[in-house]
Design a protein around this ligand. Structure first.
Ligand code: PPS
Length: 299
């Protein structure tokens, strides 16, 4: 897929501080260009901390924009149907900014940047912004498995070490707590649709309808039902245009785990010890402070 062959030290990687946020070196180096990006007012930004349900949300929005037309939504891999704003050629065939130049508005744009690093053009042009958040314990578990697939970052290490890394806010794209709080606090001012993974799991139809209304679309019940059915975990897991299986093994090695891994709420219970969960919950309470985001599946 990529002309750029990753070398044996491809996993060597370091984080660079960009306005207080650790970004991968290959992303940080083009950050000025990313900041200067000016979207069209019709573009839709889908933002998240990694492994929160981004791909699911992108697929739903793409299908809503295409009237639930299954064939049209399989026109290209999801990574081409939606541009990853800050992506460099280390993780994608072409930079997000280059892909955007080839796309026609309204474009779907994905980002993992915290709100304060989102290019100002999105706010100036009053673009629609959807933020998807997932309870932190399932988010860290999903990241732990993804890092084992991800051949462009260093070896993952143990679960215990990874949990500390997450709790210390040392991850790429910054601290989870600040990320979810930033979009939560900015949601009214910036007209952000704050979506919860757990709500999508509980009642996908209800959330698809809410998304449709936010996007100022009006689709028939039949189309809505189709979108819900075509974006189920099982459908997306088996859809090569949605499940990331088109990536070569030197980028994502899915021999042991798939990108579409389990798609469940509460899988953290299979990974956290009782002691880890208690420490995590206490820490989470402190870190969230007075900001009361209605996360579920925490306990
Ligand atoms: S990324 O790389 O940050 O864009 O990853 P992201 O898409 O945010 O998160 C991947 C997790 O979302 C799950 N997923 C789904 N769950 C339920 N239904 C659907 N349709 C769906 N699509 C993706 C995916 O399986 C990852 O979660 P885990 O817990 O690892 O299975």
């Amino acid at each position: 897929m990529s002309d750029q062959q990753l070398t044996s030290d491809a996993r060597a990687y370091h984080l660079i501080d960009v306005n207080g946020i650790p970004l991968a070196d290959h992303i940080a180096k083009d950050f000025e260009d990313v900041s200067a990006f000016c979207p069209d007012p019709s573009d839709v930004l889908i933002a998240s901390f990694p492994k929160s349900g981004t791909t699911w949300t992108v697929e739903v929005v793409d299908q809503l924009f295409h009237n639930g037309d299954a064939e049209l939504c399989k026109r290209a891999p999801i990574t081409t149907r939606c541009a990853f704003l800050e992506a460099s050629t280390r993780i994608r065939e072409e930079k997000g900014l280059d892909l955007l130049k080839r796309m026609d508005p309204p474009r779907l744009i994905k980002t993992h940047l915290p709100l304060q690093l989102v290019p100002q053009g999105f706010f100036q042009n009053k673009c629609k912004i959807i933020y998807v958040a997932r309870n932190p314990k399932d988010t860290v578990v999903s990241n732990f498995y993804f890092e084992q697939i991800n051949m462009t970052t260093p070896e993952t290490g143990t679960w215990e070490a990874f949990l500390d890394y997450f709790m210390n806010g040392e991850m790429e794209w910054g601290c989870w707590y600040d990320h979810v709080k930033g979009y939560w606090e900015g949601r009214e001012k910036c007209n952000i649709f704050y979506l919860f993974y757990e709500d999508m799991k509980e009642d996908p139809r209800r959330e698809v309808v809410r998304l449709m209304k936010y996007l100022d679309l009006s689709l028939s019940d039949e189309v809505i039902d189709r979108v819900v059915a075509q974006t189920s975990f099982k459908e997306m897991r088996d859809n090569p245009m949605a499940n990331y299986s088109v990536f070569p093994k030197d980028i994502y090695d899915t021999s042991n785990f798939k990108f579409m891994r389990k798609g469940l709420v509460g899988d953290w219970q299979n990974h956290f010890t009782a002691e880890q969960a208690a420490t995590f919950d206490l820490d989470c309470q402190k870190r969230m402070g007075p900001v009361d985001i209605p996360f579920r599946a925490l306990l």
